[in-house]
Design a binder for this molecule. Structure first.
Ligand SMILES: C[S@@+](CC[C@H](N)C(=O)[O-])C[C@H]1O[C@@H](n2cnc3c(N)ncnc32)[C@H](O)[C@@H]1O
Length: 241
């Protein structure tokens, strides 16, 4: 039997609306096992990356921090330990419900990157961890992020990126063989995980993504490679602080 999810992401012919709907479906499918799959796929390394990311965000008491595409809320919870008010914004109710804890200090809000439900110049720090490659209109989302940040506000983005050429063949082999098998066996959705791999391959490299952040109006763009560039943290600020 053919799988529309797998087939559609294997082509470049899907419209933005179709892609958006398919991505919603991916995260409904993976939500119950999302955190477990991240641990298995990365041998737990994603937790170290996220801890470093949250430390670099340097949230402070009294600040308002938005974790866009925050999913199950793991990064938001790390940042909330600072005493800052932290909100997860994500369009997937399934992902947010999968991560909800009764004692959560984090607020979960439905929304997507292209239309942020916040006033201009209202947010001290906006983070995105492994979510920016899922937005349908990357330029629009980056412009929205710039709009809602206060002057001097911080933007940090953790995302898969271009691995160093020496490790690239190993990483590629791992991602195209082991991850779909784990996706099938653990999450019950090989096509959803094929989409995740495909979206990583299509995402701009470190330099190109830094250029897009600058074009959206943020300044001082720099990045830090993690694990030989398998992932990278981009950091920028809104001018005028
Ligand atoms: C790979 S998960 C990342 C979750 C979490 N931030 C992490 O680091 O594990 C990607 C998230 O992006 C969300 N997403 C998809 N489309 C989005 C959009 N247009 N705007 C914001 N988030 C979106 C999904 O619902 C999903 O929760």
């Amino acid at each position: 039997m053919t799988d529309p999810l797998s087939e559609s992401f294997g082509t470049t012919t899907v419209s933005p609306q179709e892609r958006r709907a398919l991505i919603r479906r991916v995260f409904v499918e993976v939500a119950p096992r999302y955190d477990l799959m991240n641990d298995l796929m990365s041998f737990g390394i994603h937790r170290l990356w996220k801890r470093r990311f949250a430390a670099l965000a340097a949230a402070k008491p009294g600040e308002t921090v938005v974790d866009l595409a925050g999913g199950t809320g793991d990064v938001a919870r790390l940042m909330a330990q600072s005493g800052a008010a932290v909100l997860v914004v994500d369009p997937s109710t399934a992902m947010m419900l999968a991560g909800r804890r009764p004692d959560d200090r984090v607020l979960f809000v439905g929304g997507e990157g292209e239309h942020l439900p916040f006033a201009d110049n209202s947010i001290d720090c906006l983070t995105v961890s492994f979510g920016i490659r899922n937005v349908t209109h990357l330029g629009r989302a980056l412009t929205e992020i710039c709009r809602v940040l206060k002057p001097g506000g911080r933007f940090l983005c953790l995302e898969f990126s271009r691995a160093h050429p020496v490790i690239h063949p190993f990483y590629r082999a791992w991602s195209s063989t082991v991850i779909p098998v784990l996706g099938a066996g653990v999450a019950g959705s090989p096509s959803a995980y094929r989409y995740l791999i495909e979206s990583i391959r299509r995402f701009p490299d470190q330099q190109a993504f830094a250029g897009l952040i600058g074009e959206a109006g943020l300044e001082g763009v720099r990045w830090i490679d993690l694990s030989f560039g398998i992932a990278a943290i981009h950091i920028a600020t809104k001018p005028g602080g």
